[in-house]
Write a protein that binds this ligand. Structure first.
Ligand code: FAD
Length: 632
């Protein structure tokens, strides 16, 4: 009988899991569920403590769920590089079938190709299920149905989906298993695993040419995930603790807890409110909501659960479709016809279609999707703080080490072509721009790891074409570190959208940091929650406290002063708290940016243009508006 190794990755659930379903259909004699604690993600992927904590929660929940289906089952977390560990396990357990959910992320897909080759070389069969698990449709098949091009609109996406199947609807979700086979009689022995990676066996961090730890600056202590060997410090294959990653106690501040149970409970609450789920209209939900769902006029908050695969996307889709049908049917039965559900793009189904659109756009371009250079759908704009990848050879080569950012900076390499723009970027990142709306959103992102979609709009527009004129790649890197739901395809795609470099072109429509939030929250509840220094400001000044007369500031207990970078002594003699002065005149900056965008559109280069790759684009931009970035 088959002996199955099930490799969990971004599918931390038991329901609606095509690969798991197919693996169990084999009726295996043993079933070995593993998760590999991959050094690539520990050291090379920008991720703060909130996202690690969410992963730890999700793995812990999954392990308990496995035990509930068979008392001898737990999730085996193996620390080390996946290829080496899998090779050791396939041999040690005489595995006949290796099962996993395909991951369309470009780097993961390249890793999976190596794993497939390994399995084939060992005569081990691969099991991936009869449909994709991470998305509604297979992104590669969508690209093929879109004539090999990235999908850049919902219309294209829907046409491609319709071409894939008789019905444009995605397949139905699969049921959760009711039992599991036993695990292999023996756990993998340290000797088996020692052969997998000599560094891990010796208690050192794996050395796969990983380079510098991009998260080093976030850690309070040295990272020690691999110090106890592949089976962990207690040799029990348990889920690692946050402290092992070197984060300080209490570093994870998000109130959102990971796990399939939490995901299904939240989906249940969404589906349980028929009017909310069926009449969902994204643009009408409030970026100033203090919570999720109907009570706060918020959105669902389900994105982190989709990201980690705690929630099956087809489960989400069909639960909502069920509610919509019931809701509209009820209207008809009651003779009304008034009960009309919303439709894409603004409905909940529409939101999931946007996710598909970005996955399929990324599938067409691979890693190039995440940057400007070499990306043929993204417009070239000579932003400030460009990535070093945009250097003379287009791949970052030929740049002097002296161009590397300082210790204060993001580990990502970019050129500081404008000290002014650099200061703005650092203030944006720290939530000290002096614009309360922007700072509140940034502080929410840092503490909770989540921000409403329109809040993300405001942050991204402000950093790029609607204020700072800083490269969208800088903002995307910061989101990568801080978002719980960070999804390479959705993050890069939305940054391109908001910077009007792809997907969207109405760059003259900017978000004012004063007028925009007032539409939802005139009294500034949201700002006061996240920027408590401003708690005493009257409604009139809460979004523009710099306009408050000194007397109002004194009464509010907070003075508007300082540059937002160097701390102001709170006891500046007056007993008042401090909140920084705004870093620029927004209306002025908006006009400068719009002029610069007009110019970039007129020049009309895209990321794959030779002139972008060889640097000769500079000759096409004069010094009007922002002009070309300086330097090499
Ligand atoms: P809901 O409105 O309840 O939507 C339901 C689901 O639909 C979401 O969970 C999400 O999976 C999907 N969805 C909704 N809107 C979008 C969208 N515009 N693009 C892609 N999927 C969408 N979303 C991510 O999942 N990961 C990211 O890294 C990410 N980065 C973003 C960066 C920027 C600059 C912007 C403007 C948006 C980004 N988004 C990202 C999209 C969107 O903001 C979030 O998916 C959404 O806010 C999550 O909240 P929710 O689950 O309550 O959404």
């Amino acid at each position: 009988r088959p002996r199955v190794l099930y490799w969990f990755r971004t599918d931390l659930r038991l329901h609606d899991s095509p690969a798991l379903h197919a693996a169990l259909e084999l009726d295996p004699e043993c079933f070995c569920p593993v998760f590999t604690w991959d050094p690539h993600y520990v050291y090379r992927t920008r991720a703060g403590p909130n996202r690690w904590q969410f992963l730890i929660d999700s793995l812990t929940h999954l392990s308990h769920a496995l035990t509930a289906l068979h008392p001898s089952q737990t999730l085996l977390v193996l620390r080390g590089p996946p290829l080496a560990l899998l090779a050791a396990l396939l041999a040690a357990h005489r595995i006949t079938h290796l099962a996993f959910e395909p991951d369309p992320d470009p780097r993961a897909a390249a890793r999976d190709a190596r794993v497939r080759a390994l399995a084939q070389a060992r005569g081990v069969a691969l099991v991936n299920g009869d449909r994709p698990g991470r998305t509604l449709w297979d992104p590669a098949a969508l690209v093929a149905a879109n004539a090999g091009r990235p999908t850049t609109s919902l219309a294209q996406l829907r046409r491609a989906a319709a071409a894939l199947a008789a019905a444009a609807e995605p397949p139905r979700p699969l049921a959760r298993p009711e039992r599991l086979p036993p695990p292999p009689p023996e756990r993998p022995s340290p000797a088996d695993l020692e052969r997998a990676d000599p560094d891990v066996a010796a208690g050192r961090a794996p050395d796969e040419g990983l380079g510098a730890d991009v998260n080093a600056a976030l850690r309070a202590r040295p990272e020690r995930s691999y110090a106890g060997g592949a089976a962990g410090p207690r040799a029990d294959f348990a889920v690692p603790a946050l402290e092992e990653l070197g984060f300080a106690a209490g570093a994870a501040t998000t109130p959102l807890r990971g796990g399939e149970g939490e995901a299904l409970a939240r989906l249940g609450a969404v589906a349980g409110d028929a009017a909310f789920a069926a009449r969902f209209a994204k643009p009408a939900t409030a970026p100033t909501a203090l919570g999720f769902g109907p009570e706060e006029n918020g959105t669902t908050g389900l994105s982190p659960y989709l990201h980690f695969g705690c929630l099956g996307v087809r489960e989400f889709w069909w639960r909502v479709q069920g509610v919509v049908e019931e809701y509209e049917g009820r209207g008809k039965r009651e003779g009304g016809g008034a009960a009309k559900a919303t439709r894409p793009p603004e409905s909940l189904a529409g939101q999931l279609l946007f996710r598909e659109m970005y996955f399929a756009a990324q599938a067409a371009l691979g890693e190039r999707f995440g940057r400007t250079v070499g990306n043929d759908i993204v417009r070239f704009v000579p932003w400030h703080l460009p990535s070093k990848l945009a250097g003379p050879n287009g791949d970052g080569s030929g740049l002097a080490p002296a161009d590397a950012p300082g210790p204060d900076d993001d580990a990502d390499a970019y050129r500081v072509d404008s000290p002014q723009a650099h200061a703005w970027f650092r203030r944006w990142r720290a939530g000290t721009t002096g614009f309360p709306w922007i700072d509140a959103l940034m502080r929410q992102l840092r503490r909770d790891g989540w921000v409403h979609h329109l809040g993300r709009h405001a942050l991204a527009c402000f950093l790029t074409r609607g204020g700072c004129y800083v490269d969208w790649e800088r903002g995307a890197r910061v989101f990568e570190e801080l978002l719980l739901d960070h999804e390479p395809a959705c993050n890069a795609g939305n940054w391109m959208w908001l910077s009007c470099t792809a997907f969207e072109s109405r760059f003259f429509r900017c978000y004012s940091p004063v007028a925009f939030p007032k539409r939802w929250d005139r009294e500034g509840r949201f700002v006061k929650r996240w920027v408590p220094e401003l708690g005493g400001f009257p409604e009139r000044f809460v979004y523009e406290p710099w306009n408050a007369p000194a007397e109002v500031q004194r009464k509010a207990g907070c003075a508007i002063r300082g540059d937002g970078l160097s701390p102001v002594e709170d006891d500046a003699g007056d007993g008042l708290q401090s909140y920084p002065e705004p870093m620029f005149d927004f209306a002025e900056r908006r006009d400068v940016c719009i002029r610069a965008m007009k110019k970039a559109y007129r020049v009309g280069l895209f990321g794959n243009d030779e002139r972008v790759l060889d640097g000769s684009w500079r000759r096409l931009f004069d010094d009007e508006a922002e002009g070309p970035t300086e330097g090499e």
